[in-house]
Ligand binder design. Structure first.
Ligand code: GTP
Ligand code: ZN
Length: 363
């Protein structure tokens, strides 16, 4: 099975566990869940978590070879698992690589046990709002973030994109921007806001897909997704599901569906899920992973330090070297180089808008 689709936890679409333990770690890019090293499970297999649903985790386990005198060979399979007791307080999220023991056959009705979570390459977090210092882990091990934003309906908001960018840079994830609904409005004025950043941009509308042509935006996006794990984020209604359905035809994200593993039918728009995104034409099936997340209105950054926020403004960073020592770069900061650069024209009107964006987030 190359893809599957299982609902997330309805009540906690970003994972059930506040991430107190991880926040204390000094390096936000390479932190690991604080799991005590348990006795080795030499028989454990590794799987990737693709869905979380009320204490049940779905993991994709690659084919395992036969062991002499031991278990038989097994093909790639979907395994449903519960967490081991000792992992009660550990966040397990989509994208996590986990060690599974017990019945890892993936046969209908079987239940394996997750006994540990592997170190994470990246952790994408979000807090409820900026005053909320308790963040949730949304996704583990994403390498790219595709920020989906509509040219119109809903109106694009610079501030929300700024927030996604900050969250991505803070997590060490490469951001990408996809403007949808370019048939409804000219996307360029909005995109100018981000022109100074070296962020790849895609422009999408069903008329621009031209699936068969290499120039079509879908082909461009597929190429970028190949072999990578990419989390899709965006405000509700921007066309994220439409895009995912076009990229991963089996995804069926727009309509409700029956959960293949649990048999429960539920609407998908509140759930996160990982879908494999095969790249047509790529030799050897250069599969990427698309992680869909529920559309959000706001994206809290209460957990990000001001240094983390600055990382989202790569275009302004070179100026800051000339700031007075300890400069906070806010409106009130005396002699901030950002103000001097606006005054003497090194930053144009667009640059001044970037400074405003930064300062709103630094508040
Ligand atoms: N004109 C136009 N409409 C689009 C485009 N993409 C999506 N839509 C429409 O926009 C509406 C919302 O699209 P969805 O794909 O459901 O949006 P979503 O971002 O997944 O929204 P949530 O499920 O709430 O997160 C639907 O009616 C789509 O048909 C586009 O490129 N152009
Ligand atoms: Zn400054």
């Amino acid at each position: 099975m190359s893809w599957f689709n299982v609902d997330d936890d309805d009540d906690a679409p970003y994972g059930e566990y506040a991430d107190h333990e991880v926040r204390a770690r000094p390096n936000p890019k390479a932190n690991r869940p604080r799991t005590k090293r348990r006795p080795e499970h030499s028989d454990a297999v590794i799987g990737m978590v693709t869905a979380v649903d009320r204490g049940r985790y779905t993991a994709l386990v690659p084919a395992t070879p036969a062991v002499k005198g031991g278990p038989k060979a097994l093909p790639e399979r979907v395994v449903v698992a519960a967490r081991a007791r000792e992992l009660r307080k550990t966040a397990i999220v989509i994208g996590d690589r986990v060690q599974l023991v017990g019945d890892v056959s993936g046969t209908e009705g079987s239940l394996a046990r997750i006994v540990s979570v592997e170190d994470r390459a990246t952790v994408l977090r979000r807090s409820a709002d900026d005053s909320d210092r308790v963040e949730r882990i949304m996704v583990a091990n994403a390498e790219q973030m595709l920020i989906v934003v509509a040219a119109a309906n809903p109106e694009p908001r610079v501030r929300l994109v700024d927030r996604y960018l900050v969250a991505a840079y803070d997590a060490g994830i490469q951001p990408l921007i996809c403007l949808t609904k370019i048939d409804l409005a000219d996307p360029e004025p909005f995109l100018e806001n981000f022109a100074a950043l070296e962020v790849p941009v895609f422009r999408s509308a069903p008329g621009a897909w031209e699936d068969d042509s290499t120039e079509g935006v879908l082909s461009q996006i597929r190429e970028t997704l190949a072999g990578k794990t990419t989390v899709f984020v965006g405000h509700s209604g921007v066309g994220k599901s439409t895009l995912i359905n076009a990229l991963v035809p089996e995804a069926d994200r727009a309509t409700g569906h029956v959960n293949e593993v649990t048999g429960r039918g539920r609407h998908t728009s509140s759930s996160s899920v990982a879908l494999s995104a095969p790249t047509p034409g790529a030799a050897g099936g250069d599969t990427g992973w698309v992680i869909d997340t529920p559309g959000v209105r706001s994206f809290g950054l209460g957990h990000v330090t001001s240094d983390g926020i600055l990382r989202g403004f790569t275009d302004l960073i070179p100026l800051l070297d000339a700031c007075p020592r300890g400069c906070t770069h806010t409106d009130e900061a005396p002699d901030c180089e950002l103000d001097l650069a606006i005054a003497d024209g090194r930053l144009d009107a667009l640059g001044a808008r970037r400074v405003e964006s930064l300062r709103r987030l630094l508040k």
